[in-house]
Design a protein around this ligand. Sequence first.
Ligand code: MG
Length: 304
Amino acid sequence: MPSELPTRVHIVEVGPRDGLQNEPEQIPTQGKIEFIQKLCAAGLPTVEATSFVHPKAIPQLADSGDVMSQLADVGDTEIMALVPNARGLERAIAADLKRIAVFTAASDAFTQKNINMSVAKSLDVFSDVVAGALAGGMSVRGYVSTAFVCPYAGEIDKSRVRDVCEKLIAMGCDEVAVSDTIGAAVPKDILGTVGHVLESIPLDKVALHLHDTFGTALANVYAGLQLGVARFDASAGGLGGCPYAKGASGNLATEDLVYFLDRMGIETGVNLERVFEASSGIAKVLNRVLPSKQWQRMRAIVPK
Ligand code: MG
C-alpha cells in the first residue's frame, strides 16, 4: 500500500447520465444541456453526458443525440457517453464522441435482470463494441457494477471482480470503474477487493464508483486513496440511484467529494461553488432538494 495519498484526483462526473436516468418526469433537453455545460465550466475533467441506450429502455435519455449535437462550450472537459450495443456505438460515432463507456457487472444475477444476459455474454457483446470504438479512434471505459454486493446474489468474490476487470482491460478498455452499485461497501471491502484488482491492473486504469446509501461513500473514498486510487466518480448534488437495485440511494455527491478532497489538500481542479451552481440549476428544473450534504449546506448559506 502506498504510504502517501495521491496529490491529485480525477473526478468523473456522472450526474447527467447516471444521475438523471431514473428521473420519472421528462427533463427538457435544454435543461440537460445547461446542466452539462455548467459542470464543464466548474472544471470537471470528464463528464458522462448521456447514454445511447434504446429510447424505450430509458425514455429520460431518449434525447441523447440532441443533447450531444447542441452541446457547446465544454472547454477542456472530456465528454463521455454510455453505449450498450452496436446500434448505440453508431449513434455515438454520429455524435462525434471521443470516449464511451460500456456497462457490465461482477454478478450474473444482476446483469440478467439489468441487461438480460450473463456477464460472459455481455463481455462478448462489448468486445465488438469496444473494438469498433477503438477502430473509430475512441477510448473506452468499462463499468463493473455490483463489485462488492449484489442486491440479488449478496457478497461478490473479489476474484470474480478482478476477472471481469481483466477481461475489460484485455479487450481494450483503458479504465475500469469498480462500482458499489447499492452503496453497501465499507472500507474493508474496498481494501480487499480493489487491492486484489490492483494486483493485476495498473493504478491509473482503476476508478471507483461509489454510492452513499449507508453513508459510507467518503470512508470508501479514503480507503481507495490509501490504495493509491486517484480516479473517482461522483454525481452533482448526489443525483441518481439504480433502477435495478431497490433501495439504492444517490451516487456519491460531487460537492461532498470535492469538499472532502479540498480539505484533504488533494487537488481536483474542480470549483465547488460552480458545481453547486450547476446542481442548483438542475434542482430548479426537478423542483426538489438534492441529497448532497454540501449542496444543502451551501443552499442554506448562499442567497437564492
Ligand atoms: Mg451510480
